[in-house]
Write a protein of this length. Sequence first.
Length: 575
Amino acid sequence: MKITNVILFTSALLVSACGSKNSAQPYVAKKGKTPTHSQADFPYIEAFHSGMRYKIKGDVDAAIVAFTKCLDIKQNDDAVYFALSQLYQEKKNSTLAIQMMTKAAELDPKNIWYTEELAVLYYDNQQFEKAVPFFKKLVDKQPTNLAWLYGYGDCLLRTGKVNESIQVLNKAEDVMGKNPSLSLEKYNLYMNLKKDKEAVAELESILKVYPDEPQVIATLVDHYFKRNEIDKGVVFLKELVKADPENGRAHLTLGEIYRHNGKIADAFKEYNAAFKCQDIDIDTKMSLMINLQETPHATSKEAMDLADLMIIQHPNEAKSHSIKGDLLVMLEKEEEALRSYQTALTFDKKQFPIWNQVLILEYQIGLWEELYNDSKSCLEYFSTMPIVYLLNGVSANLLKKPTQAVESLSVGKSLLVGDKRMEAEFYGQLGESYFQLKEIDSAKMFYKEAIQKDPESNLLKNNFAYRLATSKTEMELAMSLINQAITRSPSQANYYDTRGWIYFQQGKFDNALTDFMKALELEPKNATYLEHIGDALIKSNQKDKAIEKWEEAVINGSKSETIQRKIVTKTYHEE
């Protein structure tokens, strides 16, 4: 049998109220009587035993048939009615369950368990008026039974008899002495009567006897917070984390208050304590960490310590590693962030935001082989994401795999809907691919289409101008495009390098050298600009200076395929 207790209205955020459960007692034959049975009793006994066997097996319908047969033979056995009531409860037939239990109680009015069953049946069916006399009988019998007292008090409350409900609990307190559960119930009843002062006084009085009772303290925290009396609430919240150090939600709440008040060290101390509590799951920790990312404290050592603690506690959760990656990105530690995201992917490959971070970081760091392979892997899970096809195409172009780039870019472009800027990126990369394939007309067509879709893109104009210069075609258009880009972004080093390259292809080496030097001034030690300066110098018959710049380019990490030949032969070689 299930007994429904009154729910304690303590803070849902901070504590959980504990319920109780009583079980009905089995029928016991009365002492002092030795049952005697005649031959005429055997059909009844057989039906009763049959009913018990079916009941034990869980065959409710067959058990009901057997016990009903018992009633056809004899109508004065309370055990049969009790058994039928239980069976009808299993069938969710509360009307028949109550009828059967009422009959059992009438046949054996001294059986306290029948009284309890009726009280609970009426309570569960929200017939509180009818439940009241049965709970009263129970409480009169056992005034120290908290479950019965709560049931009685709650029924009185639900029938509008709040003061009587309080009197019941006061009577219980007279019998049992001060008890936190009773005080919490009285608090709830006073609050129903809108008697806030009496409600708080009740909790404060019990704290004098039980100063470290978490449920009582938590209820006071909740009480004051709901009324926006934050200072009073914080006083009790501090007491709560002392009384219940495993209450992670209390630590989190106190931490948020400290952070709001600028007490950052105290806040992180509470966050750390909260993370170590069992009641704080990984999603709650993630919510806090995401919230922290929007504050100036996201890049602090304390925030990183929390991220490391998450990894220790949840080493096989992608969320732990991805949140650390987020913090490392904010600290501009791209390579460490990339490793964190890659670890996250080993535990969950179906989270696109993690894939996206991996691919973007590989692009920013310049890990073209990794970007090419990882973008292909990502497409196995997210085959409809245009950005992944674009990054795959970009990396394929940079790895000089134009055929693969065209294939990927064509699919990705077909998936776009209404995004002109990204569409322009696809057309620009297709232009790159076709320049590599030496299909110059197609390359120019795609680049012109790209600029038409995004005429404000300096990057597209720069790239197209550089490609035109390299293929020595439409040089006037190339110069026009790069001058537009420089006018709009005069501090962009690679735009000067591109214009220098156009001059170089036109044989205007002094002009080229000026622009290459300007690019290097804006971005010192750039290997590409150093090599181009060497190229312009060698064309201007300044061989020693040219070799010096080429060697400097090598020192600064040049990946040029021809630079070593230039140094050895002391002459210019095209890529």
